[in-house]
Design a protein around this ligand. Structure first.
Ligand code: ZN
Length: 137
């Protein structure tokens, strides 16, 4: 069973969930506050403040396993699909980058442009804390 990380926007805490049904689209309920609709699946790119985040890192998500990262178009549409399923708003910068990926532009150039525009892949609210333990979804 895969383990997914979910961020509760309300508690600003990341919880680890053992997911019995990975294909199910419903997010688990927050073990802390009981809120169900503010849980957000965490993508490694957005949670890790390593500075090494890249468009290709997005493809490291387990739900994208087996994806051909050499095919930018497939990658872009997979990222869009993933964001869609999670109800994630990628923001105009990333949407623009994905459009360019789909148009066949060089991923490294797109990434450089993203960085030059001051876009920080790890931007967002203050970094969430991480709850110990494993919960069942
Ligand atoms: Zn919560």
């Amino acid at each position: 069973m895969p383990i997914y990380e979910y961020l509760c926007r309300r508690c600003n805490t990341i919880f680890q969930f053992l997911v019995r049904n990975p294909s199910g689209s419903t997010a688990p309920v927050c073990p802390e506050c009981g809120e169900g609709d503010r849980m957000e699946k965490v993508m490694s790119t957005f949670s890790v403040k390593s500075g090494s985040s890249s468009i290709e890192d997005m493809a490291d998500d387990p739900s994208l396993a087996g994806l051909d990262t050499e095919d930018p178009k497939a990658m872009a549409s997979a990222i869009r699909r993933m964001a869609d399923e999670m109800g994630e708003d990628l923001g105009p910068e990333v949407n623009e980058a994905l459009s360019r990926l789909e148009a066949g532009e060089d991923p490294e150039k797109i990434e450089r442009d993203l960085e030059e525009s001051g876009f920080d892949m790890s931007s967002g609210s203050s970094s969430p804390s991480r709850a110990p333990g494993l919960y069942e979804a």
